[in-house]
Design a protein around this ligand. Sequence first.
Ligand code: AMP
Ligand code: GLY
Length: 422
Amino acid sequence: MKIMVVGGGGREHAIIKKIRENKNVTEIFALPGNGGMAKDAVLVDIAATDIEKIVKFAVENKIDYAVVAPDDPLVLGCVDALEEKGIPCFGPRKNAAIIEGSKVFSKDLMKKYGIPTASYEVFSNAEKALEYVESCPVPTVVKADGLALGKGVIIAMTREEAKNAVVSIMKDKQFGKSGDSIVIEEFLTGPEVSVLSFTDGNTVVPMVSSMDHKRAGDNDTGLNTGGMGTIAPNPYYTKSVADECMEKIFLPTIKAMKQEGRTFKGCLYFGLMLTPNGPKVIEYNCRFGDPETQVVLPLLESDLLTVMQAVTNETLSECEVKFADKNACCVIMASEGYPVKYEKGYEITIPEELDKNVFVAGARLEGNKLLTNGGRVLGVTTVKDTLAKAIEASYEAVSKIHFDNAYYRKDIGQKALNCKEA
Ligand code: AMP
Ligand code: GLY
């Protein structure tokens, strides 16, 4: 089978490595991939958002199955375009990807179907929004409606910050058209849990839970990033919390999407906060999370491609999806200065025995040399019997991987270790 994976980060590397385990797979193409994946996939220089070229490539190369991993092509309708040419895909169609593509849509969906989430107001007029923040409770959370590279959420601790957020999103158009509408919502507190799930629109199969570490600095200080590390499973996500989420959030969401004529097929990501009033949805993503995927897929014991095909064929209820009863830790090695300003072009050295643990996100090949080419450079994942051992082994591996100006958090997993349920 010839497989095509659209995207080019650590998540895609993790997906590609897992798909390669299937014996029927003869070739995997990564569009565009990155230099660090060259051992695992054929790199094709087509941008993940260039839908026309992606479809043309898939048709010309007789691709048997396509995985569309990032949010942008999904929201742009990449799956619809591929399916029109008869290419089976993993990923939601455009009308379902809106669950991530529009926060106004997802909030209104949750309200309509009684799915627990922060209370909120929607504004498409800046003056009305400014008037509202004059008297709303603070802290409050201001969110641009559309995709904003994960940066469209501002936690405003004061009224002044809330006003500035409204002005920068709606008037200064910091995130372009994504800020034509905004959501202003209640500030929630509690541990955060990421739950990725497989769903074919009828059945939903949650994967092992995980915990992201979004801030750049140790002890959750500094700027928000794309994610500096993950652990799985998340100890806060106990069996009883999982049962409650299935009943009140996962199943109702799948049913709601179907009811709306927007059947969701693919990986639906539930960003949850375990508040004193029960689990609530912080956000939906229409795709695998990154770096969550880098701890979740190494724990998957079932064949990923088989599960993905069951999603496509709507036979997920008959498919076994099994996760190892172990723990995984992923530490992201970034370029010093990320997420603001950083240098690129430093040589990366990875001892061969660690190849299997490394998912490369921001690197390019120059001859035989692998050079840094992004903020988040790579993720190092280790799977062990206990969380403490997984953390230790990941940091040990990190110490053996080298590039100049490397930066990583030293405390990935500490919060989970301190959780009394752990
Ligand atoms: P998002 O881009 O939607 O994942 O939001 C980024 C981060 O902002 C989340 O991971 C939360 O830590 C935080 N956040 C988003 N919404 C809220 C909320 N209503 N209350 C508190 N924190 C929030
Ligand atoms: N790690 C969060 C995300 O993928 O959006």
